[in-house]
Design a protein around this ligand. Structure first.
Ligand SMILES: [Fe+2]
Length: 398
């Protein structure tokens, strides 16, 4: 069993790096009824894919690798495939006025439509998922072109989000049949970092009040995911709002899904705000793993990406230094950039959160640099949520 995916090998990542970056662990896929290798792609539906694809190249330093659209015979929508390390985004936008993407975008705004996963046996996974009550959206089928054949299917998850399951072991094209290779037109300035992130660490789903456990059970039962960590109650309650969160992961821990639901607080929680503006459950944030968060944050900020502000008191708190111990960069450097630190029994992590990227207060990004810790920044939740609430209040949604 190969430990690295093709994408990781292409990105020149090693097993040791991935253990550090995303907490990859060894496990026995033969004992897994639904063996997931890792992430395949995050598919976005946006209002203007041409411009969003430029944003991810110019600000996030991603490389355009493939394209589908009217010029390639796809009259419905255009789609741009972008890569950074092992991370693949597919940015789709409607071209035809009657494209199904128009209605989807009207309902949800810019957001994630599909968290596609790489599996070794699409048919086995779908057959098992069906016995466990999953809704199969696309039956297993082949897509073929001159680069080979992809076996593909899709099952439904929370809201209008889907998991496409892909076996691309017999395919050597740039993405999928229907897409053509397309190089970036963006010229990176001399001296800019090769890439700002290497891997996708986790994707968080927001679901409605009272439904978190159902979705945890869905990932346990249908996809054989294991429970990683649990945060409930005081950990992530502020004076005003609260949420509950549980984390599930696939066998090798490459794919991690924290699932949040709102908890009853004095005011509306950030999860309520998301559900209202997204029009139901959906992907709330994507955590991108970097091995140099200082450079990543400096580059993103220089490109105009805005982050949640961390109060000075966070860094001045005498308990912070005691709690975090030795970290690889001086606290002053973290303070300057608003980067948060958390430590647990396994190590520590550095993390920072962007503001929502689109017009609606919905999806945003986290950048994370792990040093042994397999956690999600539990010690930062309170400071973080207070920062989010300040933003919510400015939007009139608290
Ligand atoms: Fe996160």
């Amino acid at each position: 069993m190969e430990l690295l995916t093709d994408e990781e090998r292409l990105a020149e990542l090693s097993v040791d790096q991935l253990k550090q970056l995303v907490g990859l662990v060894e496990y026995d896929p033969l004992a897994d009824p639904f063996p997931v290798v890792g992430w395949d792609a995050v598919v976005w539906v946006v209002g203007n894919a041409a411009q969003a694809a430029k944003f991810y190249q110019l600000a996030f330093g991603m490389d355009l690798v493939a394209y589908s659209g009217p010029e390639t015979g796809n009259r419905d929508h255009s789609a741009y495939v972008l890569k950074s390390g092992a991370v693949r985004f597919v940015i789709q936008g409607a071209v035809a006025p009657d494209s199904p993407l128009v209605a989807r975008h009207a309902k949800h705004g810019d957001g994630v439509s599909d968290i596609a996963l790489e599996v070794t046996d699409v048919d086995k996974c779908v057959a098992y998922a069906r016995t466990q009550g999953a809704r199969v959206l696309d039956e297993p089928h082949d897509l073929t072109d001159e680069h080979g054949t992809v076996r593909i299917a899709a099952i439904a998850t929370y809201g209008d989000t889907r998991h496409t399951l892909v076996d691309r072991s017999a395919y050597h094209g740039p993405y999928l049949p229907g897409y053509v290779a397309r190089p970036s037109t963006v010229v990176k300035p001399d001296g800019s970092p090769r890439r700002l992130f290497q891997a996708l660490d986790h994707v968080v789903g927001n679901v409605e009040l009272g439904h978190m456990d159902e979705w945890v059970a869905f990932y346990n039962r249908v996809m054989g995911f294991v429970n990683m960590a649990e945060f409930i109650g005081d950990d992530i309650a502020t004076d005003y709002s609260a949420l509950m969160s549980k984390v599930v992961a696939n066998g090798n821990h490459r794919v991690k899904f924290p699932l949040n639901e709102p908890a009853v607080g004095k005011k509306r929680s950030q999860i309520d705000e998301f559900l209202d503006f997204y029009g139901g459950p959906g992907a709330q944030h994507l955590a991108l793993a970097t091995n140099d968060i200082l450079t990543t944050v400096d580059s993103l900020r220089a490109a105009g990406v805005e982050f949640l502000a961390t109060p000075d008191s966070y860094y001045e708190d005498p308990q912070l230094r005691a709690r975090i111990g030795n970290v690889r960069v001086p606290v002053e450097e973290l303070h300057k950039r608003g980067i948060l630190v958390d430590r647990d029994e396994d190590g520590y992590l550095l993390q920072i959160f962007t503001k929502p990227l689109g017009d609606r207060p919905t999806v945003f990004f986290e950048f994370i640099e792990r040093h042994g810790s397999l956690g999600f920044g539990k010690g930062n939740f309170k400071a973080l949520f207070q920062a989010i609430e300040r933003e919510q209040e400015l939007r009139g949604n608290l």
